[in-house]
Design a protein around this ligand. Sequence first.
Ligand code: GRF
Length: 212
Amino acid sequence: MSTVSRDDRCPIAILISGRGSNMRALIDACAAPDFPARIVMVLSNRPDAPGLDVARAAGLRAEAIDHRPFGKDRAAHERAVDATLRAAGVKLVCLAGYMRLLTPFLTEAWAGRMLNIHPSLLPAFPGLHTHERALEAGVKLHGCTVHLVTEVMDDGPILGQAAVPVHAGDTPDHLAARVLEQEHRLYPAALRRLLRPEPSSPVDDGGSLLVV
Ligand code: GRF
């Protein structure tokens, strides 16, 4: 296994709002000596996000910049986030369940350097309640997408996708669990591929398909 020297690894931040299971997957990936990123900090817009404790337990700097004192001034909150990221030397941002609509200020400031994971096969089902909507639509394949963030929500160039079959009798919770398992594989794989481009190689894992 090749290693990446400490200075070569890209300094990243992970932005969360909740439990942070995708963050956890990225933390685990970054622990591997050959992974091309290191986590500088975890930031949440919610001081009570359970993921902050997970990050701290992993020895990471984890802070909240509460959006509530900023009221309707989204850009002012984003300026505080942006200043914190820059002061920490962050070069790339991974949104992982960060439940804020972003303004052009932040998306332009981090254009090409901000990733998001979304629980559907974009461009199908942007927005919320993706698993319910996939079941209602009767799709046979569902999944998740890692993409670069642009000012349009759940849009932007696709870096990778993982697909899972929809089973007869699936509930939204069953489907969400099947997709989440793939999210945890896809996000590190897509980040690795972005930072260390190699020829694309689909991975067929007995019932799921991941392509980065
Ligand atoms: C994930 O399903 C992710 O795709 C979506 O929000 C959820 C966050 O879950 N953007 P977690 O906080 O990573 O567990």
